[in-house]
Write a protein that binds this ligand. Structure first.
Ligand code: FMN
Length: 192
């Protein structure tokens, strides 16, 4: 698979094979990949809290919100829920550069997961009070992003941008998840 094919396959995943849970060693491998990613000033200020299966995984799931655009769907049902989470922590007083590190780390882990057939959903919509409490986040750190992982259990495809330019993702009658992406011609601002 070349890199563009990996990118195409690495769509956000929100339904997983819960009967095939990821192990703590799988999460450690993902952070090993993020460990090697670029970092502003190479300061490497991010930290990662790993949650694999069990009660903490179930509790953290209940604090996350999934696919706000799919109004008739309340998130993954029992049997299709993520089996692991990685919370990306940043310093509470981190400057704007740290947010770049967060994005790079998150995307690195999403691609790493895709390379092994695992799905990932980046989640910014989570309970900002209860989640740090549950994970005993130190007071000088905050959760920048939560990533849900599991063996992928749904088909996701890239779709062309519709004529009305609506960028909302959607699910068809067969349960396939479609994600519109803008055409290259729309993205390239200029050529010199
Ligand atoms: C910073 C960020 C925050 C996100 N937060 C959520 C979230 O809270 N819940 C969710 O279901 N998806 C979330 N997503 C996933 C986006 O909805 C998804 O990336 C988008 O629909 C495009 O789909 P794609 O990742 O397959 O390209 C988030 C993505 C990013 C980059």
């Amino acid at each position: 698979m070349d890199f563009k094919e990996l990118m195409e396959s690495a769509r956000t995943c929100r339904r997983f094979k819960e009967d095939k849970p990821l192990a703590m060693t799988d999460l450690e491998w993902l952070v090993e990949c993020a460990r090697l990613a670029p970092s502003a000033r190479n300061a490497q200020v991010l930290r990662f809290t790993l949650v694999s299966r069990g009660e903490t995984c179930r509790k953290l799931f209940s604090l996350t919100r999934w696919a706000g655009a799919l109004k008739d769907w309340g998130g993954p049902h029992p049997g299709e829920r993520p089996t692991a989470f990685i919370a990306i922590l940043m310093p509470g007083n981190g400057n704007h550069l740290v947010c770049y590190d967060v994005g790079i780390a998150a995307q690195t882990m999403q691609l790493a997961a895709a390379s092994r057939g695992w799905g990932c959903c980046m989640i910014q919509s989570f309970d900002q009070t209860a989640a740090p409490e549950l994970l005993n986040i130190p007071s000088d750190m905050k959760i920048a992003l939560v990533l849900g992982f599991g063996v992928a259990g749904e088909i996701r495809v890239v779709a062309p941008m519709p004529a009305d330019a609506s960028f909302t993702y959607w699910r068809d009658a067969q349960g396939v998840h479609h994600v519109p992406k803008r055409d290259l011609s729309e993205l390239v601002a200029a050529r010199y």
